[in-house]
Design a protein around this ligand. Sequence first.
Ligand SMILES: *[C@@H]1O[C@H](CO)[C@@H](O)[C@H](O)[C@H]1NC(C)=O
Ligand SMILES: *[C@@H]1O[C@H](CO)[C@@H](O)[C@H](O)[C@H]1NC(C)=O
Ligand SMILES: *[C@@H]1O[C@H](CO)[C@@H](O)[C@H](O)[C@H]1NC(C)=O
Length: 442
Amino acid sequence: MRIHCKIVAIALCVGVFLLLYFFGGNAADDPLLREVEENNSEPSHAKLRHNVASKFVKKTHDEPRIGAEEALKELKEGKIINRGAKVNAKSRRRNNAGRPVSKRGRAEEIMHLAVVACGNRLDETLTMVKSAILFSIKKIKFHIFAEDPLASQFEKGLNQWPRDISAKFQYRVYPITFSVGNAEEWKKLFKPCAAQRLFLPVILKEVDSLLYVDTDVLFLRPMDDIWAFLKAFNSTQLAAMAPEHEVPKIGWYSRFARHPFYGVTGVNSGVMLMNLTRIRSTMFKNSMIPGGLSWEDLLHPLYQKYKNHITWGDQDLLNIIFHYNPECLFTFPCQWNYRPDHCMYGSNCKEAEEEGVSILHGNRGVYHDDKQPAFKVVYDAIHDFSFEDNLFQSLFYPIQTKFLETVNTLCGRIPQVFLKQVEKTMRTVYEAKVVRHVKPHK
Ligand SMILES: *[C@@H]1O[C@H](CO)[C@@H](O)[C@H](O)[C@H]1NC(C)=O
Ligand SMILES: *[C@@H]1O[C@H](CO)[C@@H](O)[C@H](O)[C@H]1NC(C)=O
Ligand SMILES: *[C@@H]1O[C@H](CO)[C@@H](O)[C@H](O)[C@H]1NC(C)=O
């Protein structure tokens, strides 16, 4: 009897001691840890998802080409899930170590995309926005510059999309404004409104970096992958564009331009990545003022000087600017701004033949006429896709099937140029979705 009591008492003591040690001791060790735990009200599977998300983010940054896919592979092999489980069940210290990473991931989360839409470009712009949202990993903030009647139509169009899609992006609609010079004159330059893009560094003062695209651009892979080029800039680069042409003999600038332009064939400004912070703080060399001028002060005198010699409006001005400041420009390969020029005289974009098109740019109005059906097929499929449908059944297969009808046109002749990257992208998105649906039950 007495021995029994003793054993019970000893067991109780040990129990109390262990409890004290576990709660009191550990927390005293590391007060910060406890605070983090208290502040952290995310349920464990949400935390796990977050870890996976930052994994994706990190990977795409390091290796734009295979990032998401590799993360997916790791995910399948259980590496990420195992890491997550350990964090939640076993080691608080690990949890603490994990936090700063996810915090950093969170700070980098938003990518900025700007577009300028005038006239009848509503449908085209919404289709571009849709393509960006469909495949991208990080959140996107859209800065939409639109003429008056269009602005409210954008809001209406975007607000109609399903709620889980709306969660993936933010947007703001701005009026067309010109901060310097004669507004009417700027508006007439090239197409209505196109000159607006030159003023983005001045208008979007709170934005660090931005991808500008024309309304006739379609993303065939995550925007994250082109965004990753920002980190590849060297210390003097502040913008990135693709060459206007791959073959000098048939390029426009190399044959006809009556003004200076960048490189051998000039650059195309339909897809333009910008570090606005750097653009705002750089003095640009030019042919007018020896000491250089800030971006804002440069635009108007430059326009005054060259307005009788330029054909393509603001794109020509950009070419002049980077002619005098070549160290500021990063050029990305043609598959990031793939235009009819790359196939209508025969295929001349080697990178697209190997990897497939990453960003399609249907200039010359090819989404809306029958001149280049290969471009139109892709546009129509994304335009008609409703978010509720299955990506493969309702997007990829229609593109593939209709594309085969274009194989006797110059641009449709090599199907893998148009199909390879988009298939890869959809497979990744599709698999990621399946994994995400399975995971919370783990
Ligand atoms: C926890 O939250 C409090 C107030 O909300 C804040 O003062 C503190 O810095 C937070 N601690 C950590 C580690 O985030
Ligand atoms: C843009 O440039 C600034 C100044 O060099 C730098 O601090 C910032 O990190 C850059 N942004 C990106 C996204 O690389
Ligand atoms: C950055 O790259 C550009 C283009 O390749 C080059 O002209 C420039 O000198 C480089 N800047 C530095 C600081 O290396």
